[in-house]
Design a protein around this ligand. Structure first.
Ligand code: XLS
Ligand code: NI
Ligand code: NI
Length: 439
């Protein structure tokens, strides 16, 4: 079969002094970092939608990138060509995982039976390639946003007929996930949210979203899906009020509806920042709730208020992300899905590769620096010391809940005005971070 990215060689690690733009400077797949290889730590995945489908179209203009891969877009021949492109692309970069929505794989059909037939055909092709290369699915999902029928959401639709169609897509999405060896199934809220409270039954919509998720768990488990279900929080876009605003909101939802045995969170950098948080904040909130699952790796632009899905280059952020990932025990079923796309003006095949080289190198650096921060130990020691008052005495009693307001009030009377808490040392800690980053 004809090579698609003919002019692009296999991308190799050539070290940080290399100047070859088509080489990794820091991503060294088999380098050992604290007992695991870089590849095992990062579990890099390619997002089918951005890499093989998005052509740079925006609301002001048509696409700039040609993603036909030599076939007529909108045809099954094109769907197959995208499979060839995907596997050639991933093989050249040494990427072993990918993620997709049903509609990224095949042209949409109104009839669900026809859609499923197309999905069976293309997933057979993917499976064949997967057997040849060892490349597997990280997580699958269904696109419940694009078709006009989802104008009011899927699980949150006011129409039970639309809800049924969504259920059919989720069912098939789970079947494909199992077929392709996926270890995750994602629910990104999509249009699950609202713009106007006056026309919305919020409680009914939330109950129905949870019902769809519960049915997905029951069906998934019945067909042998042993992986994690994820909620991917996002605060806005497309609707004004998205129900899964951020990690804290999604964690509350999971607990409220008793989904905690099966669900974790997929934290996207750009979604966290849209919610007014840092990426690392949402990772920490996921982890302390026991819901650390997977990551959609990208980067937003602080001057633009939407999900720009840029390839990450901010090493300060990737370090703090990998610091949280390492502290949470690393990925198990999850990974780093590059939910990222080239800028509109970066439209060549070479740019597609450069996007991943940048993203993978940025996270490789982040991993190395996070590991160094942990090994350095000064940050951990500082935090331990900062809360040391709670290790013994009345502090320990507060933590164990073996005291009362009355006892604490008596102590306060005896002690008089407390002295100021110890310094937070923000500038000192940030200096340590710079020292570890830049040597
Ligand atoms: C959109 C989301 C989407 C999910 C998958 O903002 O990031 O791409 O990751 O549906
Ligand atoms: Ni995403
Ligand atoms: Ni996103």
């Amino acid at each position: 079969m004809a090579e698609i990215f003919k002019e692009i060689p296999e991308i190799k690690y050539e070290g940080s002094v290399g100047t070859n733009p088509l080489s990794f400077k820091y991503y060294d797949a088999n380098k050992l970092v604290s007992g695991k290889t870089m590849k095992e730590h990062l579990r890099v995945a390619m997002a089918w939608w951005h890499n093989l489908c998005a052509d740079g179209k925006d609301m002001f203009g048509e696409g700039t990138a040609n993603k036909s891969f030599g076939a007529e877009p909108g045809t099954m021949a094109h769907a197959h060509r995208k499979v060839d492109a995907a596997f050639e692309f991933m093989s050249k970069l040494g990427i072993e995982l990918y993620c997709f929505h049903d509609l990224d794989l095949v042209p949409e059909a109104d009839d669900i039976k026809e859609m499923n037939k197309r999905l069976d055909e293309v997933s057979d092709h993917i499976l064949e390639k997967s057997k040849e290369t060892g490349i597997k699915l990280l997580w699958g999902t269904a696109n419940l946003t694009r078709n006009p029928r989802y104008m009011n959401g899927a699980g949150s639709s006011n129409s039970p007929e639309v809800f049924c169609f969504a259920a059919a897509q989720v069912k098939k999405g789970l079947e494909l996930t199992v077929k392709l060896g996926g270890t995750g199934y994602t629910f990104w809220g999509g249009r699950e949210g609202y713009d106007l409270l006056l026309n919305t039954n919020v409680k009914l919509e939330l109950d129905n979203i949870a019902a769809l998720m519960r049915m997905a768990v029951d069906y998934g488990r019945s067909i042998g899906f042993n992986g994690d279900f994820y909620i991917e929080p996002k605060p806005k876009e497309p609707t004004k009020h998205q129900y899964d605003f951020d990690a804290a909101t999604a964690a509350g939802f999971i607990k409220e509806y008793g989904l905690e045995k099966d669900f974790k969170l997929n934290i996207e950098a750009n979604h966290a920042t849209l919610a007014g948080h840092t990426f690392q904040h949402d990772l920490r909130i996921a982890a302390i709730n026991g819901f650390f699952g997977s990551v959609d790796a990208n980067q937003g632009d602080s001057l633009l208020g939407w999900d720009t899905d840029e390839f990450p280059f901010n090493v300060y952020e990737t370090t703090l992300c990998m610091y949280e990932v390492l502290k949470a025990g690393g990925f198990t079923n999850g990974g780093l899905n590059f939910d990222a796309k080239n800028r509109r003006a970066s439209y060549t095949y070479e740019d597609m590769f450069k996007g991943f080289i940048l993203g993978m190198d940025s996270f490789a650096l982040g991993l190395l620096k996070a590991d160094a921060l942990i090994a350095d130990g000064r940050i951990d020691d500082f935090v331990k010391e900062r809360y040391a008052g709670y290790d013994s005495g009345i502090g320990a009693n507060i933590r164990n809940r073996t005291t009362s307001l009355t006892e604490l009030a008596e102590i306060a009377e005896k002690l008089g005005a407390p002295k100021l808490p110890s310094s937070g040392n923000q500038e000192g800690l940030e200096s340590i971070m710079n020292q570890v980053l830049f040597g």
